[in-house]
Write a protein that binds this ligand. Sequence first.
Ligand code: 5GP
Length: 190
Amino acid sequence: MESLKRRIIEEGRVLSDNVLSVNTFLNHGVDPALIAEMGRAFAERFREYGVTRVLTIESSGIAIAYATALELGVPFVYARRRKALMNEGEFYAERVPSFTKGIVTDIVIAKELLKPSDNILFIDDFIANGDAARGAIKIVERSGAKLVGAGIAIEKAFQAGGSHLRELGIPVLSLARLASLEGGAIRFAD
Ligand code: 5GP
């Protein structure tokens, strides 16, 4: 998506060889027009897949999941990061290492929000090692629902997450693919 690549070039800040900050339009400040365009791109790619529900993880995936779900005319659900006192029986939970925070958190989804008949489209802002996606996929599997695709705004193609999903046979659309952030320079993969 050219407009996303342009914003990454103009406003992205390379924090290290592995981390890109896009705080002005995606992760802190949010540009609704850009997010709406992402939603249209994901909806167009996955419209024929019979998606019944979009799934993301709080918090940065929420705006994109909203835009995508609105375009597809389906609901979306976001996995929450577990706080204390959640009743075990009513939630699916998976332990997920957080790439940017360097900690491990449990992501949880209420069982009533995932049905065995659901066709799920997973959406997230970034994919790095793929831990967040793997956690979400495990929950989808346990619910009996089917994962039909994954839509990622920014894939860091020099990390293994995106390739891992493709190897599992999951159709993946990444709107921008980064080849490298080395030396503070942003290089795209395509
Ligand atoms: P993974 O689980 O694939 O290793 O990391 C994906 C998650 O970590 C995403 O949900 C995203 O929130 C965060 N993340 C990973 N890499 C980056 C990055 O370079 N920049 C930002 N802002 N977030 C990232």
